[in-house]
Design a protein around this ligand. Sequence first.
Ligand code: SAH
Length: 138
Amino acid sequence: MPTQNIALTPIGKVNSPYKQKFVIPRQANLASSAAGTIELDSGFSDIDCLRAIEQFSHLWIVYLFHQTATQGWTNTVQPPRLGGKKKVGVFSSRSPFRPNPIGISAVKYIEHYKKNGRLYIKIGGLDLLDGTPILDIK
Ligand code: SAH
């Protein structure tokens, strides 16, 4: 497989109460009250895709920072957790502004179900915008 350019197809999207970026808590574990769902696309509607997932308390979600993806990146960023005063390298941060706009979050697994032919996973501890494209779940 050529590795210079990689095309990825999202497997689904997040349904989240957060409609705007600025209201989102910055770490998944700080947002323990926010629940939402992952809605899998029609190509992943077989319940076997989620077989035995209920044995886990948490899931890793890999996603696209779609709202900021076209805004580029810089070598250094000012993480809000450092008061926005100190600059650190982009790879020493979790900034959404990165060469590949891909994020990871640990979320709490609550339950999964099928509705209108689609699979949904109810999750807690969410720090993602509504509509965030999901690339993978582990
Ligand atoms: N939980 C991960 C992600 C950190 S970045 C970690 O700890 O590594 C999380 C921030 O990304 C949120 O505070 C929000 O402001 C921003 N964000 C969430 N969804 C986004 C999206 N779809 N596009 C752009 N930014 C998003």
